[in-house]
Design a protein around this ligand. Structure first.
Ligand SMILES: [Mg+2]
Ligand SMILES: [Zn+2]
Length: 160
């Protein structure tokens, strides 16, 4: 079985800018992310993004915009030889009805675990919000909570 590094998006991979990050101009991949993800790949981790994008349900931005930002992020990281195995996001929001995917729900994680035959006990989730580690805990994935925009390199260096 494989192991995975699950990553929240905003505040972990790209700079968190207040409530929502959705403009192309405002989308900035954090400085050490490419190096950190390369290191994780070298350690044998699959790279899976697990992101809440409730702004879609609230009508603040479109699903197309989210996809556009993900393409931007993927293209930028590809120049460093980094590729995500999948980017899962939940576009729902509690204000518009409940779903099972929005973190702290664990459906996105469950999908990834099943699809890629991932061993949860060997896997790790990095997030900057308690709901990120709560979602991971539900499926037996060890969660690490970081300060928003503080970088993940130090943490990834310590992973086995
Ligand atoms: Mg976040
Ligand atoms: Zn959802």
């Amino acid at each position: 079985m494989k192991k995975a590094l699950f990553l929240d998006r905003d505040g972990v991979l790209n700079r968190e800018r207040g409530d929502y990050t959705y403009t192309v101009e405002g989308f900035e991949v954090l400085p050490d992310v490419a190096e950190a993800l390369k290191l994780a790949l070298g350690k044998g981790y699959l790279l899976v993004v697990i992101s809440n994008q409730g702004g879609i349900a609230k009508g603040i931005f479109s699903q197309e915009r989210v996809e556009q930002l993900h393409t931007l992020m993927a293209d930028q990281l590809a120049t460093s030889g980094v590729h995500f195995d999948e980017i899962y996001y939940c576009g729902h929001h509690v204000q518009a009805g409940k779903c099972l995917c929005r973190k702290p729900g664990s459906l996105m994680l469950e999908k990834a675990l099943a699809r890629f035959s991932i061993d949860a006990s060997q896997s790790v989730m990095i997030g900057d919000n308690q709901r990120d580690v709560d979602a991971a805990a539900k499926v037996g994935v060890k969660g690490f909570l970081i300060e928003p925009n503080s970088g993940i390199l130090n943490l990834v260096e310590k992973l086995q």
